[in-house]
Design a protein around this ligand. Structure first.
Ligand SMILES: Cc1cc2nc3c(=O)[nH]c(=O)nc-3n(C[C@H](O)[C@H](O)[C@H](O)COP(=O)(O)OP(=O)(O)OC[C@H]3O[C@@H](n4cnc5c(N)ncnc54)[C@H](O)[C@@H]3O)c2cc1C
Length: 566
């Protein structure tokens, strides 16, 4: 790359937000440069589930699901409050479906309706049970040829056999592969495809979820010959509060000046791995773990602040959370397993704090689960909390990284991932919890399992709870006995999957200064932008939906197209 260059729009960060901004700007005819700090695209987006929360989207409507932005507005008003981010929310709801349709019409970024996928506070007014979430269509990584190596892989804990992606719909046929000819054929096809892939690629090319989203974005950028410069980090912005005219990049050890005619889009993924900003914006004690990509070090937020940009929200509540357990891999390295939706809601699992007491409805969303950990920690140590189940549960539903039907649970005990006890008292001793309260807690919970009513925490009483429970289990799909020895426990810690404090923007993703005035030519999207949800977590796709919609709005604004109206 030459040492000085001039483009219309410079985009920093090749995650879902940055790639969307670059793609839309290129489709609109702008001369674009996308710089990416690492040698791969995808960021955290590559390891995500890839769900987008787009109220009133047309993909779900076409599949027969009825939802509307007006209902979502009622829901967000109740959840977040009418005063917070009203204008941005309106812009998001008004143009979300149009942004998605635009990508579908002009690129390989294609979506499917998720169908039934309840909002995370499914009992609030305006919440939807179905039709609000969409997901990327699976992608064939072979279309990228040798450039498939440019796609950041999913987390190892979400792949089988060292490199095979498995979606939610694959799990049952794989577990029950010997139970029906259809399941056997389905599983055999997956395996054969994977084996063939491994002859040419380092992992399977049947790409799903967030990995499909970033693959589709990158594939679309390549189709339009949009320049993506790897190992290129945005280091300094040229300009000030009155406007920006370029940036200095660090490209493979050299400095490159990029002059910009229309502006710069900051999409460097937020501050998750910046200790100073974590200490400043996150709740105390600041969680030690993050599921965000380790290259997300707050570069965009700090660059914006240096120009006088405002940051919001400043209260120490930043973070969208999940409980994680710490896996110990065969090579001795450690990983994080997010307990999103496969185990906690199932019948026969409780979560306890160090006092051996339940502190939460275990089937709430991962974000709400961690908020309850923070609350419980004020009175009894709850970092970690413990998920407790019995031997029938772990065989039937799995527990974290132990998938259902696993034949060697002992290996997880030996590695220290799981604690096991022949009695509840023995288990309690191993995890440093008092035996008597744990025994009482389980006895009380087992009575709820019989009646089907959890009078302490109402597990199983919302649509969201039941969606992730076991519909075949009666009387309550989320309550079952913990009775068959041996008993198991896994420690879970709070970790962020995204941060919610970022640069303040207007509805076109223009970064605002301390007086609320846009800094001309400076945009922020994805986790560099302050969350439009004000730190709340309304439903599946809460960060990727806004990341892509506001990236689209930023690119349109840079092009000179006003999207205030629909
Ligand atoms: C397990 C898991 C599941 C998730 N599932 C979902 C989901 O289903 N739906 C949802 O909405 N959200 C989900 N999320 C959260 C979501 O993945 C993130 O919020 C989203 O990826 C943020 O997008 P982004 O483009 O802002 O950042 P990222 O995807 O993290 O990309 C940022 C990019 O910027 C690059 N970068 C950093 N610094 C610089 C620099 N100085 N110069 C140039 N480049 C730089 C990084 O290398 C990276 O490639 C999930 C997260 C996890 C961990």
């Amino acid at each position: 790359m030459e040492t000085t260059r001039e483009v219309d729009l410079l985009i920093a960060g090749a995650g879902p937000a940055g790639m969307t901004a670059a793609l839309v700007a290129a489709i609109e005819g702008l001369d674009v440069l996308l710089c990416e700090k690492s040698d791969q695209v995808g960021g955290t987006g590559a390891t995500s589930a890839g769900t987008l929360w787009i109220p009133g989207n047309h993909q779900s409507k076409a599949a027969g699901f009825n939802d509307s932005a007006a209902q979502a507005d009622i829901y967000l008003g109740a959840l977040i409050g009418e005063a917070t981010n009203r204008e941005l929310r309106r812009a998001y709801l008004d143009t979300g479906p149009a942004a998605i349709d635009y990508l579908e019409a002009n690129s390989a970024v294609q979506f499917l309706p998720c169908g039934v996928h309840p909002d995370y506070r499914s009992n609030m007014p305006g919440a939807a049970l179905a039709g609000r979430a969409i997901m990327p269509k699976p992608f064939d990584g072979r279309l990228l040829g040798a450039d498939f190596r440019r796609i950041r892989p999913p987390i190892r804990e979400f792949m089988l056999l060292g490199g095979m992606m498995v979606g939610k719909a694959d799990i049952r046929p794989l577990i029950d592969r010997f139970r029906s000819p259809a399941n056997f054929i389905y599983s055999a096809k997956l395996l054969l495809r994977y084996l063939a892939d491994r002859l040419r690629y380092r992992r399977g090319t049947r790409v799903l979820m967030g990995n499909a989203l970033v693959s589709r974005l990158y594939y679309s950028l390549r189709q339009r010959n949009v320049p993506v410069v790897f190992d290129a980090s945005i280091a300094e912005i040229v300009g000030g509060k009155d406007g920006v005219s370029g940036a200095r990049l660090r490209v493979a050890g050299k400095e490159v000046l990029v002059k910009t005619r229309k502006g710069i889009v900051l999409a460097t993924g937020g501050y998750a791995h910046n200790k100073t900003l974590r200490d400043k914006f996150m709740p105390q004690p600041v969680p030690a773990y993050s599921m965000s990509y380790e290259g997300n070090q707050g570069d965009g937020v700090e660059l914006g602040q240096r120009l006088g940009a405002a940051v919001a929200p400043e209260r120490s509540a930043s973070g969208l959370w999940t409980p994680v357990s710490i896996t110990i891999r065969r090579d001795g390295s450690k990983g994080l397993y997010p307990h999103l939706m496969l185990d906690r809601a199932k019948p026969g699992l409780i979560a306890v704090n160090s006092a051996g007491r339940r502190f939460v409805n275990e089937a709430v969303s991962y974000h709400d689960f961690v908020l309850a950990m923070f609350e419980s920690h004020k009175t009894a140590p709850t970092m970690p909390a413990w998920l407790i189940c019995d031997s029938v549960f772990i065989k039937t539903y799995g527990l974290g990284a132990v998938y259902p039907g696993h034949r060697n649970i002992g290996a997880f005990v030996d590695s220290g991932y799981l604690a096991r006890g022949e009695t509840l008292e023995a288990l309690a001793g191993k995890i440093g919890v008092d035996g008597a309260p744990l025994r009482d807690t389980v006895a009380r919970y087992n009575r709820f399992a019989e009646t089907g009513i959890d009078i302490d925490f109402a597990k199983g009483e919302t649509e969201l709870n039941r969606f992730n429970g076991d519909p075949a289990h009666k009387p309550n799909p989320c309550l079952g006995p913990i009775a068959a020895a041996p008993f198991y426990a896994v420690a879970v810690w709070p970790a962020d999957i995204a941060v919610s404090t970022g640069l303040s923007t207007d509805a076109d993703a223009r970064v605002l200064d301390q007086d609320g005035r846009p800094i001309p030519g400076l945009y922020a999207c994805g986790n560099d932008m302050a969350s439009v949800m004000g730190g709340s977590y309304p439903g599946p796709g809460t960060t990727l939906g806004p990341a892509m919609v506001f990236a689209w709005r930023a690119a349109m604004h840079a092009r000179g197209i006003n999207r205030s109206a629909k």
